[in-house]
Design a protein around this ligand. Structure first.
Ligand SMILES: Cc1cc2nc3c(=O)[nH]c(=O)nc-3n(C[C@H](O)[C@H](O)[C@H](O)COP(=O)(O)OP(=O)(O)OC[C@H]3O[C@@H](n4cnc5c(N)ncnc54)[C@H](O)[C@@H]3O)c2cc1C
Ligand code: SF4
Length: 450
């Protein structure tokens, strides 16, 4: 008999073969020309538009929407790319409901914003299959090392290349893209879009990527500083926080980020083993993505458990609703106290949390959830690129401390941006903005204006 959602254990192929393609299809399918014209027509082209202020990359949103209205989506795309070279990815993954669309005056007036994200995708898609629209300035003879080929590193590298500098990117993984390639949910960026976008971005020229080169292991920061005029660090958050409770090392308990990366790198989701009863611990975007994708892979029950109240989750209301409409049960105000099982996980015991001064601690009321798979999504942290105190970068807590333009201390000419910095908001668009701004600061410094 074929396996189904009811089959116990962690197994592949719980769903009928054709269900996977449908489940992992585009979350927000592209607008066609007519739909885009109708959506663009709703924009008031506000003076001092609040949507621009809410966009971390300061895209002139009313301008690009007007360009769509007037039938020139290619110009709209350039308005976007001038500020955000990863505008195609951001159109797919930005939580617009908490950024530009939340600020849109039509959201305040009618509870229905202009569909800025989908319009941005409509515009940017027009140029993705065409030759790269930017050219490089005359070579400056200066070289910059970029550490990490995620959104921050790629945005920085592209802007530096445009300005005529030579860029070498050192990337620990075999592919570029950072979490665009290994983290973001499959249904937000299907059909290999992340790699397609990287190839398109690199076709400006002047950027060399050295994959499988981990700075700190294969090459030191000191060497990069010596060999280049400037260094940009965009290493993201490489470590996941541990679940420090009894039984958390049982087989079947794993990082949600690893689970998602496996899914993103798979050519066929039908081959991915998934539990019948999955428990996801956490309340952010990673937790929602892991929970929703577990359901889409065929888990019969998926329960997300978060320690505080729903309003304090990092996942937006839209994402929480996405989880719920996909059949994920969300329990709030509870903390895990024990993972149980004979040779692998069988259940997780939780306690309803009680306030103890400023802290939360497990209270007396307990409940147990059956689980054959447990996904930890309780936060990530930066892995420093050096253990050598002489080479270290000043930190703010566990993140890199940056000043204007992403400057770090104590070494001159070392800059940083994205999730690894204390000002990173753990969003793709913020990483892009910080990479771009650091490139401008590096350029000003190298050309003697900084
Ligand atoms: C599961 C998940 C889902 C998410 N979903 C969304 C979403 O829907 N929308 C959104 O806006 N944001 C989302 N985010 C957040 C977003 O992905 C990040 O904010 C963004 O990728 C940060 O970009 P970055 O360039 O700073 O870091 P990263 O994307 O993490 O890239 C860092 C790169 O540096 C490399 N690297 C690390 N250390 C070294 C080293 N020592 N040497 C060389 N290379 C190194 C890494 O391999 C990686 O390629 C999500 C995050 C996760 C984990
Ligand atoms: S706030 Fe809304 S209506 Fe006003 S310019 Fe921006 S998208 Fe258009």
């Amino acid at each position: 008999m074929a396996d189904t959602q009811m089959t116990p254990g962690v197994i592949a192929g719980r769903l009928p073969p054709d269900a996977y393609a449908e489940n992992f299809a585009d979350l927000h399918p592209p607008l066609d020309r007519h739909e885009a014209a109708v959506a663009a027509d709703r924009c008031y082209f506000c003076h001092d538009a609040p949507c621009i202020t809410a966009c971390p990359t300061d895209i002139d949103i009313p301008l690009f929407i007007r360009q769509i209205s007037t039938g020139t989506p290619e110009s709209a795309a350039m308005t976007i790319f001038d500020m955000n070279i990863l505008g195609g990815m951001c159109a797919r993954v930005c939580p617009t409901e908490t950024l530009c669309e939340e600020a849109c005056v039509r959201e305040a007036a009618e509870g229905k914003p202009v569909e800025i994200g989908r319009l941005q995708r409509y515009a940017t898609d027009t140029l993705m299959d065409r030759p790269h629209p930017y050219t490089r300035s005359k070579p400056t003879g200066r070289t910059v090392a970029v550490i990490g080929a995620g959104p921050a590193g790629l945005a920085c590298a592209h802007r530096l290349a445009m300005l005529g500098h030579g860029v070498t990117v050192f990337e620990a993984r075999p592919k570029s893209g950072g979490l665009n390639e290994y983290g973001i949910a499959s249904y937000k960026t299907p059909d290999g879009f992340a790699q397609k976008e990287v190839e398109w971005l690199l076709s400006i020229g002047g950027i060399t990527i050295r994959h499988n080169k981990q700075v700190g292991r294969d090459i030191s920061l000191a060497t990069l500083r010596k060999d280049h005029d400037a260094v940009f660090i965009g290493i993201g958050l490489g470590a996941t926080n541990a679940l420090d409770i009894e039984g958390s090392d049982l087989p079947g308990v794993e990082d949600a980020v690893d689970f998602i990366a496996r899914l993103r790198q798979s050519d066929d989701p039908a081959t991915l083993p998934i539990g019948r009863d999955v428990v996801v611990i956490g309340g952010g975007m990673t937790a929602v993505d892991a929970a929703v994708q577990s359901r889409l892979l065929g888990a019969q029950t998926v329960t997300m458990v978060y320690r505080r109240e729903a309003e304090r989750m990092n996942a937006s209301l839209f994402e929480r609703e996405l989880a719920q409409t996909n059949g994920v049960r969300i329990i709030t105000g509870a903390v895990p106290v024990r993972v149980t099982g004979q040779n692998r996980v069988e259940a997780v015991e939780f306690a309803y949390a009680v306030q103890d001064g400023g802290a939360l601690r497990p209270g007396p009321d307990r409940f147990t959830l059956p689980a054959d798979q447990v996904l930890r999504a309780i936060g990530q942290s930066m892995v420093p690129i050096t253990n050598d105190p002489a080479d270290a970068i000043e930190q703010d807590g566990a993140s890199l401390l940056t000043g204007p333009g992403g400057r770090t201390a104590p070494h001159g000419n070392v800059f940083a941006g994205g999730d690894c910095t204390a000002t990173g908001e753990n969003l793709t668009v913020t990483a892009v903005a910080q990479g771009r701004d650091a490139a401008m600061e590096i350029h000003a410094t190298l050309m003697g204006d900084g």
